[in-house]
Design a protein around this ligand. Structure first.
Ligand SMILES: CC(C)(COP(=O)(O)OP(=O)(O)OC[C@H]1O[C@@H](n2cnc3c(N)ncnc32)[C@H](O)[C@@H]1OP(=O)(O)O)[C@@H](O)C(=O)NCCC(=O)NCCS
Length: 204
């Protein structure tokens, strides 16, 4: 490919992705429904204690912060730098991200175009954990990243205390590469992180 940057910015969008378990819907500015800032805030509120252990930004977040984050992800998408998808659980074999379906969580992709790589991050609402939804979301987004977006490398950085997240990485075929020391300041403590990667050639 002659100019990967042109190809990528023309191709990248937070397109709706679905399999028989989850639907991933690109984050938009919505005034109502499950994708609205108010619904996202409510979902976080209901899971605040569960999420705060590993996600420092959750601690102080409020509706203004959520709206700012939504705008920032939309801008990132416009410039081909990344995107955020809301995760919905499908019922049976039906793709369902309808107006009354509650969000199950979110998955984000931060793109480093010059390296054809991206870092994934994610969270689930407490009531949707333990059902395999994040594993499916990561597999779906990885397939999109490698086949449609032609990225070469995906990374996941996981606190050494976050075994559930490391298990997601392993179930999705990521390889553990090592430890990033003091990688993140979480709730006042510098925490080491395990770095995982998945390459296009690992899968295709
Ligand atoms: C990290 C996090 C997303 C992992 O969630 P999770 O529910 O463990 O992951 P999955 O959705 O893939 O579900 C896997 C669980 O469902 C079970 N499961 C049930 N059906 C399954 C299926 N069809 N496929 C895979 N797993 C299935 C698995 O056994 C596993 O449960 P276990 O841990 O008790 O063995 C979640 O703990 C979370 O949001 N934590 C707070 C935020 C956070 O830490 N984010 C990550 C920062 S790096």
């Amino acid at each position: 490919m002659d100019n990967f940057e042109d190809f990528f910015t023309a191709t990248f969008e937070t397109a709706t992705l679905a399999n028989n378990v989850v639907t991933l819907k690109g984050l938009r500015e919505c005034s109502e429904g499950p994708s609205s800032a108010e619904s996202i805030m409510q979902a976080i509120e209901n899971s605040r204690d569960f999420l705060t252990e590993h996600l420092p930004w959750i601690h102080d977040t409020d509706i203004f912060d959520i709206k700012k984050r939504i705008r920032s992800w939309i801008l990132n998408e416009r410039f081909g730098q990344g995107g955020c998808w809301l995760i919905f659980k499908n019922s049976g074999n039906e793709v369902s991200a309808g107006p009354t379906t509650p969000m199950a969580g979110a998955i984000m992709m931060d793109v480093k175009l010059s390296n054809r790589s991206a870092t994934l991050s994610y969270w689930l609402c407490k009531d949707f954990a333990g059902q395999g939804l994040m594993t499916e979301a990561v597999k779906l987004l990885s397939a999109y990243a490698f086949t449609t977006l032609k990225l070469n490398r995906l990374e996941l950085l996981v606190s050494v205390y976050n075994d559930k997240s490391a298990a997601v990485a392993k179930r999705c075929g990521f390889t553990e590469e090592g430890i990033c020391r003091d990688f993140e300041l979480i709730n006042g403590k510098f925490v080491d992180h395990r770095r995982f990667s998945l390459l296009a050639r690992d899968v295709y």
